[in-house]
Design a protein around this ligand. Structure first.
Ligand SMILES: Nc1ncnc2c1ncn2[C@@H]1O[C@H](COP(=O)(O)OP(=O)(O)OP(=O)(O)O)[C@@H](O)[C@H]1O
Ligand SMILES: [Mg+2]
Length: 429
């Protein structure tokens, strides 16, 4: 038995969880956020009312609302890791690199875990998506930044473990015989797959047949509501003509791509983009075109981006349980009322779904396994609840081979098991 203490950290795009391997025992999920409906899960959110003060998780939202949404709220920042153009942000006059931003968040997770375990910890097993990016250079860059973030948080020894492999460790506990298992973990930022030969006990790294994934998941599904409908309220289709110019133009792609995505929309605040939108408004073709751009300013200026995307996410979740739902947003100047249906959502999400399942096909191909040879398919993560994801698996593998975990702890549980392996010197990768 090892006396080493390792934290296991599932740092998610939307939600984060921490466990530990401590004094030879596994601690599955430590209390992280007393204010959350599940205190073992903290929303991956940071709120800086000013550069010297930061709130986390449920309290970040509470304070953000209490303080009239002044200051800066950061969400989905894990998605920026592979983006070489995104180095960080500026808080007042201070540069905050992405590594520091994530480091601040990891440090808080560490402090809360240490409090819960009543001991200082400097070692961790941290989850990572199968692929931060489809581009291998960007993927390496992302991992390097995570290493820096972990060092910032005070971790001296860190092992990164693919999140879908961690989920496989968790599923293994239910097995009584060896099986070829496909794990799908559908989160906020990434969809991750592992194909693995799972045995009830013992583990060899050769059992891992393939790991693959792609940076499209829950946030990408939220974004289709914007890209296919709601962005027109914010000028995505507004026409303008520059002074002296003769061409009628519409909002450029660089702006609409930001507008559409929960992780990128905050960048509309950047000076150049902001100035450009102001110009578009001045040169709008009609009053209606200008009105839509004005709504974009209200969205940005009145700090309505976060609540607006929260509303979109609620709408998406409602469509997991019902065939249609209403979208209502009633902030003054931004009143929007729409009705959405499941078939609409399925149609809008077609490209995203196809890309996600292409990476599943790649995983099977890499593992040299056909769909028929898979004994069991286990799905986890919040986005696994989306009906068309479920249906696609049913179509490919049949309901009998499908198992969906409703809780959010599979990755953490597996990371905690991996922490035990690492503490005892077993190589897992
Ligand atoms: N009932 C539901 N229907 C559809 N989507 C849901 C539902 N519940 C949660 N989600 C989505 O699941 C995502 C969060 O899932 P999860 O906590 O597994 O992600 P994460 O671990 O933080 O992200 P990642 O693993 O990609 O870094 C969000 O996009 C959320 O909107
Ligand atoms: Mg996850």
């Amino acid at each position: 038995m090892s006396t080493d203490t390792f934290l296991s950290i599932d740092f998610g795009t939307s939600n984060s969880l921490v466990g530990a391997y401590h004094q030879g025992k596994r601690y599955e999920a430590l209390t992280l956020d007393e204010k959350a409906s599940d205190p073992t899960m903290m929303r991956t959110l940071l709120y800086f009312p000013n550069p010297d003060l930061c709130y986390y998780g449920a309290e970040a939202i509470e304070q953000y609302i209490q303080q009239d949404m002044e200051g800066r709220l950061f969400r989905s920042f894990k998605s920026h890791l592979p983006n070489q153009n995104y180095l960080g942000t500026v808080l007042d006059n201070r540069i905050l690199t992405l590594e520091t931003l994530i480091g601040v968040f990891l440090l808080e997770l560490k402090k809360r875990a240490e409090k819960s375990l009543d001991t200082e910890v400097t070692k961790a097993v941290i989850g990572r998506p199968a692929r931060y990016s489809m581009d291998s250079v960007a993927d390496g860059f992302a991992l390097h930044r995570m290493q820096k973030a972990a060092a910032f948080a005070g971790f001296k020894e860190v092992q990164f473990v693919p999140e879908p492999l961690a989920a496989a460790f968790d599923y293994r506990r239910q097995l009584t015989s060896e099986k070829i298992v496909l794990i799908g973990d559908f989160g906020g930022g990434t969809s991750d797959f592992t194909l693995i030969k799972l045995r009830p006990s013992g583990f060899s790294k050769d059992d891992v047949l393939a790991i693959d994934g792609c940076p499209l998941a829950g946030d990408a599904l939220d974004s289709v509501f914007m890209s296919h409908k709601l962005n027109e309220y914010f000028g995505a289709k507004s026409r303008y003509r520059l002074p002296m110019g003769s061409n009628v133009m519409t909002m450029p792609k660089g702006v609409t791509l930001r507008l559409n995505h929960p992780a990128h929309i905050v960048h509309l605040k950047e000076k150049d983009t902001y100035e450009f939108i102001r110009e578009v408004k001045k040169c709008s073709l009609t009053a209606k075109d200008a009105e839509a751009v004005e709504r974009l300013f209200v969205l940005i200026e009145d700090q309505q981006i976060f609540p607006f995307f929260e509303n979109i996410e609620r709408t998406k979740r409602a469509l997991s349980n019902s065939n249609e739902t209403d979208f209502e947003f009633d902030y003054p100047g931004l009143e929007i009322s729409e009705h959405f249906t499941s078939p609409q959502f399925v149609e809008w999400a077609k490209d995203t779904r196809e890309n996600i399942f292409a990476s599943l096909d790649q995983c099977l191909k890499d593992g040299n396994v056909t769909a028929d040879q898979v004994d069991l398919v286990c799905l986890t993560g919040g986005t696994a609840k989306v009906p068309f994801i479920q249906k696609e698996f049913e179509k490919r593998f049949g309901l009998e081979r499908l198992q969906t975990q409703s809780h959010f702890h599979s990755v953490l549980s597996g990371l905690t098991e991996a922490a035990g392996f690492v503490a005892q010197g077993t190589q897992i990768l």
